[in-house]
Design a protein around this ligand. Sequence first.
Ligand SMILES: NC(=O)c1ccc[n+]([C@@H]2O[C@H](COP(=O)([O-])OP(=O)(O)OC[C@H]3O[C@@H](n4cnc5c(N)ncnc54)[C@H](O)[C@@H]3O)[C@@H](O)[C@H]2O)c1
Length: 483
Amino acid sequence: MKVSIFGLGYVGCVTAACLARDGHEVTGVDVMASKVKRMDEGLPTVVETGIDEIFAEVKSQGRLRATTDGRAAVLETDVSIICVGTPNARDGSLDLSYIKATANLIGQAMMEKSERHVVILRSTVPAGTCENVVLPALHSDNPYSYLFDSDLVIVPEFLREGTAIADYYDPPFVVVGTASGLPDNNREVIQRLFGSVTDSIEWVPYREAEVLKAICNVFHALKVSFANEIGSFCHSVGVDGKTVMGLLVKDQKLNISPAYMRPGMAFGGSCLPKDLRMIVNLASRNAVDLPLLRSILPSNDAHLRRAIEMIPINGSRKIGLNGLAFKSGTDDLRESPIVIVAEHLIGKGYDLKIHDPAIEVSRLGGANQDFIEKHIPHLANRMVSTLDELIEHSEILLVTRDGDVISERAADLGRKPTIIDLRGKPAYVKKPMPMLENILQHPATKAMAILKQNGNGNGRGNGEHARKSANGRNGRRNSAVAA
Ligand SMILES: NC(=O)c1ccc[n+]([C@@H]2O[C@H](COP(=O)([O-])OP(=O)(O)OC[C@H]3O[C@@H](n4cnc5c(N)ncnc54)[C@H](O)[C@@H]3O)[C@@H](O)[C@H]2O)c1
């Protein structure tokens, strides 16, 4: 394919080299003439293991050139990949001015083309950038109509400097963000460009792809800081941290695994909070400051408060809580976050009933009993023995487990309680058309609807521009208007 790559830094240079090596005809574009000159002379703009060899190979085959003329590069290629920088602004947000400038330039040049031109965003950007920044710049006439048949995808880059070439050819996955969240009519382009590097292409809505790359980096930063704090703590108690961490990562069942990695309820139980307090306490007695570990319990408390804030204050007083122990299948109530939720509701005077099949109040003993008596006196009066009783009681039903079973059972019983999933199931549900309101509100969409009503829905004037506006810029039918 003929590909133009905007931004010839680490990502752009490596992408340009690898795509050219894979047989594509690549034009690099940058605003820095010195980088363009280097690449056009067959030299990489960055230092990376193995990149000199690739440049030498592709130079001899004439598949890689560079220019400062972005417009010409768009006109001469089928695909543009945006790899420009997104540095931090002063307040920590990302400065998207290079993205905007590049998308504007590409959009202007696309106006001059009648063939389909696909734009791939590779820079790291905040959620919403495709919809709110790039599409409006690419299609200034009616950005949101293109969500239905978009020529924009985001494919975040996961390479690491130093091993960038190896990472390019062996990525953990290729994630493609599209308007619909599904493979769309850009699928063939993606397959041709990236199909050779992986069998695993994940298709998600724009926003998931946008957010993923930054979240991966946050996780890597968290891992490094965790390992460093553990190393410091171990050192302070005369233990070899490297040995401990070496063993920790050998547990691929609970430690290095998807376990504990799903957003949900706050943690609790008899072990996690207790042992965390012990480590933080010991470290502070040894004068070792561990801000990351110290912040875990406050973070958990904040998460629990967010769960409590989900409970509506709408006048309903009869409330049901499904689950009480910190996880299902155990009657251990010690430090269960759900007990704290129950205590809060009782304190606020709600008529609370609780169902947890694992708990038999008469069998609770020892520390378990002490804990619950402190937080929920007369627990037995609050417990109901079946889910049906809980549903029958509740105007508001709080779910901490088995969510689908409960809503189905409530429907079977003909009850319609307000169901709140305290595990934080997102209010935002994946929508294939994320910005429908914007699409319908956009002046161009409204204008087209009026034209259509008047029996003139095939254009908004004479000539090529009108044809493109009605049918989508590249002559494709504009589904927003046609719908
Ligand atoms: N460096 C990495 O390891 C890495 C890895 C994954 C993702 N990313 C992300 O990829 C993006 C690029 O990162 P990078 O490290 O390659 O950046 P970089 O700063 O090395 O290069 C960016 C290039 O874009 C050019 N540029 C700026 N405005 C331009 C415009 N209007 N037209 C053409 N070129 C323009 C700059 O001159 C520069 O050469 C960033 O969003 C970054 O967060 C970086």
